[in-house]
Write a protein that binds this ligand. Structure first.
Ligand SMILES: *[C@@H]1O[C@H](CO)[C@@H](O)[C@H](O)[C@H]1NC(C)=O
Length: 397
């Protein structure tokens, strides 16, 4: 007699699925073997286990989990494949998670190609307007993505808190909304209703990210509003859940959180390619934090672009910076003695009216840069905002 049994076991969530096993007697046998497998010390239960049992005969369960073969030509008594649920990327650059075909379907994902030597599928959790985000690394896509759209809409998405999750990171893989009008987001807006500490953004923000903490009500609402002007909008926002004890978790009060000894930060809408219109946004008040590396005591900020207030091409610092400013705690010029917390104008310097920008150093931890702006700018201003390089500097004794 020939039996073909497909048996899939998900150890990490203890789900058992029996496929077309033609003899019910074998269910019991397989179940017993599965139990033995779980106890079997040679198995690492990181991912999922995938069994094919043929002929209704199990010759050995002492085999090490190494027999990886082509699914289609499989014709042995026993095989076991164990692969981790890692991130994968589809041909059209969407991010997914590597699962078996069955698990992906069961979780409500879309099979967008293969992974794990073709044993898994790159399973993408796509979320559209009105949907709820329930899976790590889901992607929120704009209507008709990857095409752009031009009409007026309101698109709400809710992120549901999962157990032991305290925070989410939103990666704006693609985020193109209408430009602000004199720095104010009067047409399009991305915002988090009820979260006044999260600034409203618009314009070009592809490549930016934000962190949001869950509150007691276990739901995070996100809103994308497009209105009035007919311009091309598109977004692809990845949602990563961050565990309460995770080292990935950003400290409280950090809207953006960067790691690594060096990198770049910029104000929202800095990447707009439109010339001669204000690019930074109004009503901002948030912190960009840099995770201090062990053995590093200082941070150096070097402006690649710095244009916040005024048009006379000089630096302002300290008390005169009352409308829009960047604050770097106790920042001083290399070799200098003066330190200030606030900087504005169109150059970055501790020297008032200096026509040149310099690097500033701060030893205050945690390493942060705060950006504050008031309501909209005058129509003639050309405030571009900032793009700054950061470099952590080793402690010197
Ligand atoms: C979600 O995915 C990210 C990226 O792969 C990972 O760092 C994080 O630990 C995952 N979160 C959970 C709760 O598994």
């Amino acid at each position: 007699m020939l039996y073909e049994c497909n048996f899939i076991m998900y150890h990490h969530r203890v789900t058992y699925h029996f496929g077309e096993c033609s003899d019910p007697g074998h269910h019991a046998a397989i179940k017993a073997i599965a139990a033995a497998m779980i106890n079997y010390s040679g198995l690492t239960m990181t991912g999922l286990l995938y069994f094919y049992l043929c002929f209704g005969v199990i010759l050995s369960i002492n085999a090490k989990p190494s027999a990886v073969r082509d699914k289609k030509s499989f014709f042995s008594f026993f095989a076991l494949v164990d692969f981790p649920n890692e991130l994968c990327q589809t041909d059209d650059l969407l991010v997914g998670t590597c699962y078996t075909e069955w698990e992906c379907k069961n979780l409500g994902g879309k099979d967008r190609g293969s992974c794990a030597a073709k044993f898994g599928v790159c399973c993408v959790f796509e979320v559209s307007c009105g949907d709820v985000v329930r899976h790590n690394n889901s992607i929120i896509l704009s209507p008709s993505y990857p095409s752009t759209f031009t009409d007026t809409r309101r698109c709400d998405v809710t992120i549901k808190k999962l157990p032991n999750i305290c925070q989410v990171r939103l990666d704006f893989v693609k985020m193109t909304l209408a430009q602000p009008s004199n720095t104010a987001c009067v047409n399009d807006q991305f915002f988090v209703p009820g979260f006044l500490n999260i600034p409203i953004i618009c314009g070009e923000n592809s490549g930016q990210h934000i962190y949001i903490d869950f509150t007691e009500n276990n739901e995070l609402p996100l809103s994308f509003v497009t209105a009035r002007v007919s311009v091309e909008r598109v977004w692809n926002v990845r949602v990563a859940f961050i565990g309460c004890d995770s080292p990935e978790r950003a400290p409280g009060g950090c809207l953006q959180y960067y790691k690594g000894t060096k990198g770049y930060v910029s104000s929202f809408n800095f990447e707009s390619t439109l010339e001669n219109i204000p690019r930074h946004l109004s009503d901002q008040n948030y912190a960009i934090c840099i995770q201090p590396n062990p053995g590093f005591c200082h941070i150096r900020w070097t402006p690649e672009s710095f244009e916040l207030t005024g048009s006379d091409g000089t630096a302002m610092r300290g008390e005169p910076c009352q409308f829009d400013w960047v604050s770097i705690p106790n920042a001083y010029k290399e070799g200098g003695t003066l330190s200030f917390d606030r900087f504005c104008g169109t150059r970055l310097n501790t020297i008032k009216k200096s026509p040149e920008s310099v690097s500033l150093i701060s030893a205050t931890m945690p390493f942060t840069l705060r950006f504050v702006t008031n309501a909209k700018e005058l129509p003639q201003s050309k405030n571009r905002g900032f793009k700054m390089k950061y470099e952590q500097l080793p402690c010197v004794v």
